[in-house]
Design a protein around this ligand. Structure first.
Ligand SMILES: [Zn+2]
Ligand SMILES: [Zn+2]
Length: 103
C-alpha cells in the first residue's frame, strides 16, 4: 500500500507531500519518476509556459461575460479586457474579418 511521502521541491527547496492519492494516480499513469516540484511550483511553471508574467497579473472583469479575467498587464480602462474564453472568441472573429477583407 501507499503512504504519503515528503519530497523536496527542486524549485523552491521546500518539503511537500506526495500524497497516497497522487502516488496511486502516478502508478495508474505508469509514471515511475517522483514529482520534482510541489503543486505550487508546478502551477507557476505552467503559467510561465503560457507566457504569463506572474508579477504583473491583474484580476479584472471580462468586458464580454463579466467573469473574472486574469491578465498579464494593468487594465487601463481604455481597452476592453476579456477572459480567456472570450478573448479566443474575439480573436477568432477578428481573424475572420481579416481573412475576408484580404480575400
Ligand atoms: Zn516548490
Ligand atoms: Zn468572458
Amino acid at each position: 500500500m501507499y503512504s504519503g511521502k515528503n519530497l523536496v521541491c527542486h524549485e523552491c527547496k521546500k518539503l511537500f507531500l506526495f500524497s497516497e492519492e497522487e502516488q496511486m494516480f502516478f502508478a495508474q499513469k505508469g509514471f515511475t519518476n517522483l514529482p520534482k516540484r510541489c503543486a505550487n511550483c508546478r502551477l507557476t511553471a505552467r503559467l510561465r509556459r503560457n507566457g504569463d508574467n506572474l508579477e504583473k497579473l491583474h484580476d479584472t472583469n471580462c468586458h464580454k461575460c463579466g467573469a473574472v479575467a486574469t491578465v498579464p498587464f494593468e487594465p487601463n480602462g481604455l481597452r476592453p479586457v476579456y477572459c480567456r474564453a472570450c478573448y479566443m472568441d474575439v480573436r477568432a472573429e477578428a481573424d475572420t474579418v481579416k481573412t475576408s477583407a484580404t480575400a
